[in-house]
Design a protein around this ligand. Structure first.
Ligand SMILES: Nc1ncnc2c1ncn2[C@@H]1O[C@H](COP(=O)(O)OP(=O)(O)OP(=O)(O)O)[C@@H](O)[C@H]1O
Ligand SMILES: [Mg+2]
Length: 430
């Protein structure tokens, strides 16, 4: 388990936004991820719509000793947010931790010990820290292998960063661990001169610490938090999503992906939808493996039919059965060659490519948006998924549900927005 603590004593610099969305992106890329909230403000639960009043056990219960109350293991306190994404929540009770453990031996190792028990269960652990450098943050430092310091590219951001990094270096020495420290520029607004200057300053003064990735200012990130959703759910076509995908990729040692993002000019609604559909198509390959997208654009059906070699049996004679078999074979070949949605005869065929998926469903207004009613079956080749439905003529909206997550079909650019600010695919049956 690779453990990253998100630390900065400065409030509001983007620690929780980074923690939630980095964890969500890693999970969406198929990595089992645990998000630990070490901030008594409990903002991770708020940002992921976990109802505060229903949280009975928190990270505090996993940190305490028998003499303090009923101890819990991490697996007893986690909330499942998505199929590969668990949250160990906190609440105000955690504020007592420092006082309760004052003077106790091993007080700075409590989180490391609690996480030891789930080390084999997760690939990544992201720890959101409070805006202070006390015992809670020191516990996070003892438990982690790496630190990310989010730095808002605003007026006061550089002020205090040197001291923050000095404190971290001192704490790192006390931990006697080789912890890698990275500085992540956040809330970067390219349009303001100040932000550009701050970024240039960060690059010149903190080059050794600086991540290649920058998190731009993006209102979708703010909105996502207020809707209780990570950006992976709220708007997977947004610039904020792209930035966090690229941060996750950088941490994994991959190159950033180039995804077209809207310029500064406001787009008309149709242009925005087309833009988002394109972004989704580009990002699909990142989320579900390189082969998730076919390299060549889908061929029009007519072109495919012309190129289709005739099966030998078709020329064999007027035998009806042979002709039917040949037709089936030709149809099968056509189906095999496309991804997206297409009407073939009286069937509507859905074909998708999700390399690492375990289960894929089609949900739409034809099945009351059920996430379990219409499974896609694995195709002939690894990562291919197919389903066929017989529907009455009409206009239908649908999306795909990949390992429990809503995904807009990246191969169908006929889309419209839904009430959640996401994109539904549209298909018309003749
Ligand atoms: N890249 C961004 N674009 C737009 N808004 C952002 C961005 N990052 C953070 N915000 C907003 O800024 C505010 C503070 O962010 P966040 O809660 O992540 O900071 P924090 O460092 O965790 O704060 P605290 O120190 O209080 O825990 C939130 O309203 C959040 O939605
Ligand atoms: Mg926070």
């Amino acid at each position: 388990m690779r453990t990253i603590a998100i630390i900065n004593q400065k409030g509001g610099c983007g620690k929780t936004t980074t923690s939630i969305n980095l964890a969500a992106c890693l999970a969406r890329m198929g990595h089992k991820c645990l998000l630990v909230d070490m901030d008594p403000q409990g903002h991770c639960a708020v940002g992921l719509a976990v109802p505060e009043e229903q949280i009975e056990r928190t990270i505090y219960d996993a940190l305490i000793e028998e003499c303090d109350g009923k101890v819990a293991s991490i697996s007893e306190i986690v909330w499942q947010i998505a199929s590969d994404f668990d949250l160990a929540p906190s609440n105000i009770q955690l504020a007592a931790f420092e006082q309760v453990f004052a003077g106790r031996k091993g007080r700075e190792m409590r989180l490391a010990r609690a996480l030891d028990a789930v080390r084999d269960r997760y690939s990544w652990c992201i720890i959101d820290c409070p805006p202070s450098v006390g015992l809670l943050t020191f516990n996070a430092l003892q438990a982690c292998d790496e630190v990310i310091v989010p730095v808002e590219t605003g007026f006061f951001s550089l002020h205090g960063l040197t001291r923050m990094l000095e404190s971290l270096e001192v704490m790192r020495e006390q931990c006697n661990k080789d912890i890698r420290i990275r500085v992540l520029p956040t809330q970067y607004d390219t349009r303001t001169r100040l932000a550009r200057e701050v970024l240039a300053e960060l690059r010149s003064k903190f080059r050794d610490y600086l991540t290649q990735s920058t998190i731009n200012f993006n209102t979708k990130l703010k909105e996502a938090a207020s809707f209780g959703q990570p950006i992976t759910e709220y708007d997977p076509g947004s610039r904020g999503y792209k930035d966090f995908v690229n941060l996750a990729r950088e941490l994994m040692g991959h190159r950033p992906v180039e995804v077209a993002t809207p310029g500064d000019q406001p787009l008309s609604r149709p242009a925005e939808l087309v833009q988002r559909a394109r972004q989704l198509q580009q990002l699909a390959s990142v989320q579900f493996g390189r082969l998730a997208m076919s390299a060549a654009p889908p061929q029009p059906a007519a072109a495919q039919a012309v190129a289709e070699p005739q099966p030998a049996s078709a020329a064999a004679g007027p035998d009806d059965e042979a002709r039917a078999a040949a037709r089936d074979h030709a149809t099968q070949r056509k189906i095999e060659r496309f991804y997206g949605v297409k009407q073939i005869g009286n069937e509507l065929v859905f074909a998708a490519r999700f390399e690492n998926a375990r289960e894929v469903y089609v949900a739409g207004d034809f099945n009351n948006w059920s996430t379990v009613a219409t499974p896609m079956r694995p195709g002939e080749h690894k990562g291919e998924w197919r389903a066929a439905l017989t529907l009455k003529p009409g206009r239908y909206r649908y999306r795909l549900v990949v390992d429990g997550r809503w995904v807009t079909d990246p191969e169908n650019s006929y889309v419209e927005s839904n009430q959640f600010g996401e994109l539904n695919n549209v298909v018309e049956v003749q």
